[in-house]
Ligand binder design. Structure first.
Ligand code: MLT
Length: 263
């Protein structure tokens, strides 16, 4: 684990393995630990880099809204600091997928492969954005408990919730430890994100779209439509997994990553 200085703060970064760099971007409100199965399983072939985004995990606190563009620029700064000049593979889950799309938008030349997991290209509707603003206020006033309780059942498949309560609890713990200021800033950042739908047909890097078959946040149908919009992309459904497919079924996710990245 190391701490890397970026504009106005420090990112906590876990790196494992050598080889082609694979940068993993976590979802909301989580940290690098959601990628443990990929750090363990893919570092035999790749240099796996899993940062905590600004304000999350053990990275330093965030001030101001966490725009997806700002988080994407942080990743570019991180690559600069790590002296990685060759194009890298970037995988993002959900909010991490919004950041990965912004990374493509702003730093396409630094990208060799794009992996979009359980995410979407559309911006928030007015209603969803308003709900996020209200949730941000609630979290600042009363803490993250109600957000965490509402979110956790949607993150995992029913199977995972029944059979792996320890995984669910560990994830819940990460969410509860996230600073309310960061949660509010990220909610506002997501509410203001750009609609990436019109970008999809212009994505020219090889792209893998992956979705837990039981994802109730970003559905298989939505993800399939997203893959359909990206020329030449590959869509892989992940069985026995909900929204946090890489955490719930690392074996199938790692197989899909490896097949895609070594094709
Ligand atoms: C996530 O898992 O990162 C969130 O579900 C993203 C979102 O709230 O849009």
């Amino acid at each position: 684990m190391s701490r890397i200085a970026i504009d106005g703060g420090q990112l906590n970064v876990v790196q494992q393995g050598t080889g082609k760099p694979l940068l993993l971007v976590h979802g909301f409100p989580l940290d690098h630990q959601m990628w443990q199965g990929q750090l363990d399983g893919l570092s035999r072939k790749f240099r796996v880099i899993a940062p905590d985004l600004r304000g999350f995990g053990q990275s330093s606190e965030a001030s101001g809204p966490l725009a997806m563009s700002r988080l994407a620029d942080d990743l570019a700064s991180l690559l600069d600091r790590l002296e990685i000049v060759q194009p890298v593979a970037v995988a993002g889950l959900s909010m991490g997928g919004y950041v990965a799309l912004e990374f493509w938008n702003r730093h396409a030349g630094r990208l060799s492969h794009l992996i979009l997991c359980d995410t979407r290209a559309e911006a928030d509707s007015e209603h969803v954005a308003q709900t996020r603003f209200q949730t941000a206020e609630d979290v600042l006033a009363a803490g993250a408990s109600s957000l965490v309780e509402a979110m956790v059942p949607k993150l995992f498949s029913l199977e995972t919730q029944r059979q792996r309560p320890e995984l669910v609890l560990a994830t819940e713990q990460v969410m509860r430890l996230t600073n309310p200021e960061t949660i509010a800033a990220a909610l506002r950042g997501m509410a203001g994100r750009l609609d990436a739908t019109s970008w999809l047909c212009r994505i020219q890097v090889p792209t893998l779209v992956l979705c837990g078959e039981d994802d109730v946040i970003s559905s298989v149908d939505e993800m399939k439509a997203m893959a359909h919009g990206i020329p030449g992309s590959t869509f892989v459904p992940i069985p026995a997994a909900g929204h946090l497919a890489p955490l719930e079924n690392p074996k199938r996710v790692n197989e899909a990553f490896q097949r895609f990245l070594t094709a």
